[in-house]
Design a protein around this ligand. Structure first.
Ligand SMILES: [Zn+2]
Length: 272
């Protein structure tokens, strides 16, 4: 029998601590999880002298253990806007549903661009969803019986949920859910956005998607805001944002900042 994760929290683990590296991006179908510290769950990318304290053969045992052990999963999909994060999330949710698992999708009620009752990708694929202000209200909204029957929970636009970490930990560790999270890793200034990066230490896998730079067609890692607005959360589509490569992010920022300050000085000039 595998020990329950919760019982490990207080066990005298980790005679040898690994270097904590919670923010590294990794995506590994690794079969073994090495729990070396109560705080950091980390997939070991290379052969390591650290012996695994226990290992979970993650995928194949899942169905076997679903009934007896509340062992869930957390998968994180990040990237700039227009990288196909929602499409990737919906594809995975659809695949889970096709294999007979019960699924639900949650999105933030802040994004009302496509209505609140469905989730729509930039290329038009649509799925019904729950539009919520916070994740902690989900269980109550869907009802305890329905929640208990769920196998998979998808979360889109995860950067808008402040309680993302607690929800994912609870759902995966204690409720046995597979949680698939899609969101922006960075805002238009490339600063960590919301709690998305905070859940990487909870994750089984992390995938960073890329878009195409709108200016040169190379791979785009960042989102450039085309307007001079300064607030962090500004909902918009291609009218406000564009995906860019590193070079065009840097040059684009300079152009926009210069244009904004010129406009502001003209306003001052006209106003005086
Ligand atoms: Zn470019």
């Amino acid at each position: 029998m595998l020990p329950a994760i919760s019982s490990l929290t207080f066990s005298p683990l980790s005679l040898r601590f690994p270097k904590p590296n919670p923010f590294a991006f990794f995506s590994s179908p690794s079969k073994k999880l090495h729990l070396s510290s109560p705080k950091f769950l980390r997939i070991n990318p290379s052969p390591s002298p650290t012996p695994p304290i226990f290992s979970i053969p993650s995928r194949q045992s899942h169905t076997e253990t679903t009934q007896s052990s509340p062992c869930g999963e957390v998968h994180v999909i990040v990237g700039p806007m227009f990288a196909g994060k929602t499409t990737s999330l919906l594809r995975r949710i659809q695949a889970e549903s096709n294999s007979g698992r019960t699924v639900a999708v949650i999105k933030s009620n802040k994004d009302t661009r496509y209505g609140l009752d469905s989730i729509v990708t930039h290329d038009g694929v649509k799925l019904p969803c729950w539009a919520l202000e916070n994740l902690s209200s989900f269980r109550q909204k869907i009802g305890t019986v329905a929640y208990d029957q769920l196998d998979v929970i998808g979360i889109d636009e995860a950067q808008f949920f402040e309680d993302l970490y607690d929800f994912c930990r609870e759902a995966a560790d204690h409720d046995g859910k597979t949680v698939i999270v899609a969101g922006l890793d960075g805002d238009y200034l490339r600063r960590s956005f919301g709690s998305v990066l905070d859940i990487i230490p909870l994750a089984n896998t992390v995938m960073k998607l890329t878009a195409r730079c709108e200016l040169c067609g190379e791979r785009a890692f960042f989102t450039l805001r085309k307007t001079g607005e300064k607030q962090r959360e500004l909902i918009g589509g291609a009218d406000v944002y564009m995906p860019v490569c590193r070079q065009h992010y840097v040059s684009g920022q300079i152009v926009i900042e210069t244009a904004t300050s010129v406009l502001e000085s003209q306003k001052l000039h006209c106003g005086s």
